[in-house]
Design a protein around this ligand. Structure first.
Ligand SMILES: *Cc1c(COP(=O)(O)O)cnc(C)c1O
Length: 365
């Protein structure tokens, strides 16, 4: 069976070597040596000023939203074309997501439609660099400045992506990365927030560690979202090989592209100017009328051959039963249409080109 993704792992020996000293120190979590080393490596690799590591990406996103202390009930303009986490983080923080439609070519938030959604309750914009595609950063930042809004990017898909030579996590007020097993870079589970304001350092530290400042001072009511040493050790190993991993993804990506580019009724992910991509996903948009088969047909036909493609992102988050109260898919028609036609094909560093060819043969047949 071929899954949509397969976790990158170092050799067994390399990981064992990395965790060996934990048996000497017996220091397993709470910002130990591995945590510190990974932090340092990531600041350098991601080209960001500050970083805070987390047990997973979702809690990193919840914590950075909480860190800004927005009044309860404030509005956050965001995209419905994303993983549940983005929308849930807003709602779980006591805020209201306001769904903006997406751009039909990059699938990221349509920056031209943001201003029309701003009210006196709006406090932030939370766009997603979906599939690693870079949002319309300049326009978003112009709008945010003009209206005094924070910009928090969900960069879960964008590890290693650069825009105009700068790390993608260096834009906006903050960016969240996910290091989940299924992402380009993993710490088994894990995540991080990158941010520009040094004053957030202590707040994030407190939020992820029960609000405990020091042994006798508890500053506020925080939770627990710390990254442990085994996660950090996996990150240290995977970071050593990240460039090769992305290069291998590129080969797979380009094979798909060679086979599927220009096929009538199939639209591929765009190539963006000034962007160093990470080849995280290979989404295709299927136009049933032009292609003569639907997205669901392709999904089923691949499934019959043991190939698991995924409908990322269907359904859109504003159609979830638990979100419906604040969302309406009719207000985001582009997102709705794309979600009904998108299929994300298997893509990972070690996927063989023979399999890619087999997948393309099935689609083209
Ligand atoms: C994976 C993902 C997250 C959540 O990350 P976890 O590390 O799994 O908690 C958030 N947003 C998007 C878009 C994601 O794909």
């Amino acid at each position: 069976m071929i899954n949509v993704t397969r976790s990158s792992m170092p050799s067994f020996e390399e990981y064992c070597e990395e965790i060996k000293e934990l048996w000497d120190s017996h220091w397993l979590t709470n910002m130990g040596v591995k945590h510190k080393e990974l932090e340092k490596g990531l600041i350098e690799y991601l080209k960001v000023p500050f970083i805070s590591l987390y047990v997973n990406g979702h809690l990193a996103l919840e914590n950075i939203i909480e860190a800004y202390n927005f009044p309860k009930g404030s509005e956050v303009i965001t995209t419905p074309f994303t993983f549940a986490s983005t929308t849930h983080a807003i709602i779980r923080s006591g805020l209201k997501p306001v769904f903006c439609d997406i751009d039909p070519t990059t699938f990221t938030i349509d920056a031209n439609k943001i201003e029309g959604l701003i009210t006196d309750k709006t406090v932030a914009i939370l766009p997603v660099h979906v599939y690693g595609n870079v949002c319309d950063i300049e326009k978003i930042e112009y709008i945010a400045k003009k209206h005094g809004l924070k910009v928090i990017y969900d960069a879960a898909h964008a590890f290693g992506v650069e825009y105009k030579g700068k790390g993608i996590g260096a834009f906006g007020d903050a960016s969240m990365f996910s290091f989940h097993a299924t992402k380009v870079f993993n710490t088994i589970e894990g995540g991080a927030v990158c941010y520009s304001d040094e004053n957030l350092t202590q707040t994030l530290k407190d939020l992820k560690n029960f609000g405990i400042h020091d042994a006798e001072t508890v500053a506020f009511v925080g939770g627990n979202a710390k990254m442990n040493e085994f996660q950090a050790a996996m990150g240290i190993c995977n970071l050593r090989h990240i460039e090769e991993e992305i290069a291998k993804r590129k080969v797979v990506y380009n094979r798909y592209k060679t086979r599927l580019l220009g096929v009538k009724g199939i639209t591929l992910n765009p190539v963006q100017e000034n962007v160093k991509p990470n080849y995280a996903y290979f989404p295709i948009i299927v136009d049933e009328v032009e292609f003569s088969k639907s997205r669901n047909d392709i999904h089923r036909l691949l499934g019959e051959e043991g190939i698991i493609a995924r409908k990322y992102f269907y359904p859109t988050t504003n159609s979830f039963d638990c979100v419906k109260e604040v969302g309406d898919t009719n207000q985001t028609p582009v997102a709705l249409k794309i979600s009904q036609r998108v299929l994300t094909l298997p893509l990972y560093a070690d996927l063989s080109l023979d399999i890619v060819d087999k997948i393309c043969d099935i689609i083209l047949k």
